[in-house]
Write a protein that binds this ligand. Structure first.
Ligand code: DAK
Length: 276
């Protein structure tokens, strides 16, 4: 990890935040630079996600049940790392920058609530990598995905070599990374990178909210444990993964949510979950 402290501004300069119905929408808002990930954007995203953590998870009041990450303006989700700022970095500052960005992607994966990437335009390089660290990747028809780092003399550095092949398989990942080719939303869905495509950016946001409303009706504890187990087993062999799943499944039988969910089913009523 890095030894630089996080910037924790009261009001982020590069993000718009909007919270309603237990869902926090984070909009990266630098449309003049196609929402490129400057070090300030990374630090502000880190500060926001860090601030969310006490509000979610076992022992919390579960006041947040989901996050939507999207891009400001009409052209881009996030057009990658900020090439202008990056061009002035040396090896040490690039290493610190990428460590902070990689840690941010791990935080998103570790949050006990779902994060939806609402990709409403270019998701290139670090933008595609940030989307892949989210739980659901939804896109509007104008979305364009790609890992164009090779055109800059770089390789993906925010987890792209690891995550892209998990989504699309090794063959397609090799091709996309080594050609730097951009693909549209339909192809991204065909390859498995995107799970839902919406006709417009407005429909995309509505779709993301609708998915999180579905999540909100479920046991927060079970959703959190599902996410954690999916992440844990990804790193294991299939046998060890099944063991980890069995253990996490059995642990649900100690929760109030499991008792409530099964009882509500039998009593033909809606469950009232507490997240305990
Ligand atoms: N960074 C900075 N500014 C950007 C930008 C970016 N990634 N992308 C676009 N902009 C700026 C443009 O410079 C332009 O600003 P002005 O010239 O008007 O001041 C403005 O946004 C509008 O862009 P365009 O005029 O280019 O718009 P177009 O519609 O013509 O083209 C485009 C859109 C998305 C095709 C084009 O902008 C483009 O190709 N952008 C660059 C996309 C890209 O290559 N992204 C990947 C960046 S590499 C690392 C770890 C990770 C990474 C790096 C290092 N370490 C291990 C150290 C990650 C790397 C990347 O993400």
């Amino acid at each position: 990890m890095t030894d630089q402290p996080d910037a924790r501004p009261e009001t982020p300069s590069t993000l718009l935040l909007d919270e309603r119905d237990g869902v926090l929408t984070i909009t990266v808002n630098r449309p003049e630079a196609l929402n490129a990930l400057s070090p300030t954007v990374i630090d502000e995203l880190r500060a926001v996600i860090d601030g969310v953590r006490p509000r979610v998870g076992e022992g919390s009041d579960w006041s947040l049940r989901g996050i939507i990450l999207t891009g400001g303006g009409e052209k881009a989700f996030i057009a990658g790392a900020d090439i202008k700022q990056m061009s002035a970095m040396d090896r040490a500052s690039a290493d610190a920058y990428t460590a902070r960005a990689q840690e941010l992607t791990s935080w998103l994966e570790e949050l006990p609530i779902p994060v939806v990437a609402a990709v409403n335009g270019f998701a290139l390089g670090g933008g595609c990598e940030l989307a892949m660290a989210c739980d659901f990747v939804y896109a509007s028809e104008n979305a364009r995905f790609g890992q164009p780092e090779v055109a800059l003399g770089l390789i993906p550095g925010f987890g792209g070599t690891v995550r892209l092949q998990r989504f699309v398989g090794a063959a397609a990942a090799r091709e996309l990374i080594m050609t730097g080719r951009r693909i549209d939303a339909a192809e991204a869905q065909r390859l498995g990178l995107v799970s839902c495509v919406f006709p417009t950016p407005e429909a995309l946001l509505a779709g993301a909210h609708a998915a999180l409303a579905e999540v909100r009706a479920q046991s927060p504890l079970a959703v959190a444990r599902s996410k954690a187990t999916i992440r844990a087993v990804e790193l294991l062999s299939p046998r060890a993964g099944l063991d980890a799943e069995r253990e996490a499944f059995a642990a649900c039988f100690d929760s109030e949510d499991m008792r409530e969910g099964t009882t509500a089913f039998i009593e033909k009523r809606r469950p009232s979950f507490t997240g305990r």
